[in-house]
Ligand binder design. Structure first.
Ligand code: KIV
Length: 259
């Protein structure tokens, strides 16, 4: 899937997070449109309390692994916390690092102060995905992981932000954690595809964290997550079976051993 195929697709777009070679190989064989090397990897893969500890080096390492495993997928890499807020040169270096690691596009959070960079990147041949609503890199300023755009003024600000991202050159944008009606209003206000997470059913596409939708995250399930598998139970059952077999002397069998 390349950016032109994405632009032409009339069906809803699908995106899942992917952080490693192993899951990238599996996802490469599925019909999902895009893989996101999200900075949520700091929490999901490294046990951090927020996305803030992710840096460019870490994002590039995971991006390389994903691009090796999923050569057929359109891969978006997150620009990590503050990496695009230290001036144009530093931001371009961060982007260069992720694109040279194999990403096909970068994603960045928020609008204020980012428009010139977005335009510079798109004019330099780098597709940029925006991200508005709940922007986890700003969790300290937002006062927690809360639904955004709940009153008329905040909703209008988000609609305006989406238009500004489109104007700056974004090819798509993620809308995170807003009321469904606002997800719809933003989607109708722009012509670029909106990808929702906790933004209701009216966006042009949906994104989920892979480990959440597979049921591997047993600690917390946000309202917007649907479990498509019970990964934690499946893993537990398989490991218990292995341990039982070893303890009972049933593994390995003669067929699983060298003569
Ligand atoms: O990092 C991430 O996983 C994301 C998604 C929540 C869209 O940005």
């Amino acid at each position: 899937m390349n950016i032109n195929a994405l632009r032409q697709k009339t069906q809803p777009l699908t995106m899942l997070t992917c952080y490693d070679y192993w899951s990238a190989q599996l996802l490469n064989k599925t019909p999902v449109d895009m893989l996101l090397v999200g900075d949520s990897l700091a929490m999901v893969m490294h046990g951090e309390a927020s996305t803030l500890p992710a840096d460019v080096e870490l994002m590039a390492l995971h991006t390389q692994a994903v691009t090796r495993g999923a050569p057929d997928k359109f891969i978006v890499a997150d620009l990590p916390f503050l990496s695009y807020r230290k001036g144009l040169n530093a931001a371009v270096e961060a982007v260069q690092c992720l694109m040279q690691a194999g990403a096909h596009a970068v994603k960045l959070e928020g609008v204020n102060g980012n428009e010139a960079l977005i335009t510079h990147l798109t004019e330099s041949g780098v597709p940029v995905m925006g991200h508005i609503g709940l922007t986890p890199q700003a969790v300290n300023a937002l006062g927690g992981y809360k639904v955004q755009g709940k009153n008329a003024e905040a909703a209008q600000t988000l609609i305006d932000e989406a238009k500004r991202l489109q104007q700056a050159g974004c090819f798509s944008l993620v809308i995170e954690c807003v009321p469904s009606s606002l997800g719809q209003a933003i989607t109708e206000a722009v012509s670029i595809p909106t990808i929702g997470i906790g933004a209701g059913p009216h966006t042009r596409g949906q994104v989920l964290v892979l480990h959440d939708m597979l049921g591997f995250n047993t600690q917390f399930t946000p309202r917007f997550v649907r479990h498509y598998a019970n990964g934690a139970a499946m893993l537990n059952e398989a490991v218990e079976h292995f341990v039982r077999d070893v303890q009972a002397g049933n593994f390995p069998s003669p067929e699983e051993s060298y003569a």
